[in-house]
Ligand binder design. Structure first.
Ligand code: PRP
Ligand code: URA
Length: 209
């Protein structure tokens, strides 16, 4: 309950610094986010269950481990979550991908759901909700509310950067959802941006503003 994992591997921290840098261009930003998503996928799958099978090596028969076949589902929150999907699929190519479209009303900071499309068997899968930014937590909470309303129970949250305010809100709303982040930043500013953060993740990913 209320688990927060900070993925502090040096490679992740190094790449995150250049993701934060305002002088990093759109192409490099995308590539770095993709690479960090792959590295974070390694962390988030650390507890995946294993089965034991028999295998014949050239020398003898032995027992060895394979993934137990537990099915995964990736749920990027549009838009910015899309930028992390391919990086995770490099490690987990069989995962299915559902989408939840949410945008923050820039006045109220409240998330508005405009799209949802999930794998038909989403409720049987271990789901990973993906969004680079956990700011107020409103978008993540709304996405997870939507999933739980559709009987999905096994859910983890993966972000690049979180604000303490977002972690607190998400833990309060969904204590069963483990949160994986590359960095826990200082706080939110008055516009709901993470300080120091990386700016607007969707705009930097897609070259809009
Ligand atoms: C950003 C970000 C998260 C959300 C985080 O999306 O990608 O989804 O804000 O903020 P919160 O924790 O306060 O809800 P945005 O609403 O800007 O939409 P976009 O991805 O389409 O740019
Ligand atoms: N969404 C972003 O893209 N960046 C922030 O800092 C906060 C919310």
């Amino acid at each position: 309950m209320n688990k927060l994992v900070i993925c502090d591997h040096p490679l992740i921290q190094h790449k995150l610094t250049f993701i934060r840098d305002k002088n990093t261009n759109t192409k490099d930003f995308r590539e770095l986010v993709d690479e960090v998503a792959t590295l974070m996928a390694y962390e988030i799958t650390r507890e995946m269950p294993l089965d034991t099978i028999k295998v014949e090596t050239p020398i003898m028969e032995t027992e060895a481990k394979v993934l137990s076949g537990r099915m995964l589902g990736l749920i990027p929150i549009l838009r910015a979550g899309l930028g992390m999907v391919e990086g995770i699929l490099k490690l987990i190519p069989a995962a299915k991908v559902g989408h939840i479209g949410l945008s923050r009303d820039h006045e109220t900071l409240q998330p508005v759901e405009y799209y949802i499309n999930l794998p038909t068997d989403a409720q049987d899968r271990q789901l990973i909700v993906i969004d680079p930014m956990l700011a107020t937590g409103g978008s993540a909470i709304a996405a997870i509310n939507s999933l739980k309303k559709r009987n999905c129970e096994q859910i983890k949250m993966m972000c690049l950067i979180a604000a303490p305010e977002g972690v607190k809100a998400l833990h309060a709303a969904h204590p069963d959802v483990d949160i994986y982040v590359a960095a826990l930043d200082e706080r939110l500013n008055e516009k709901g941006y993470i300080i120091p953060g990386l700016g607007d993740a969707g705009d930097r990913m897609f070259g809009t503003n």
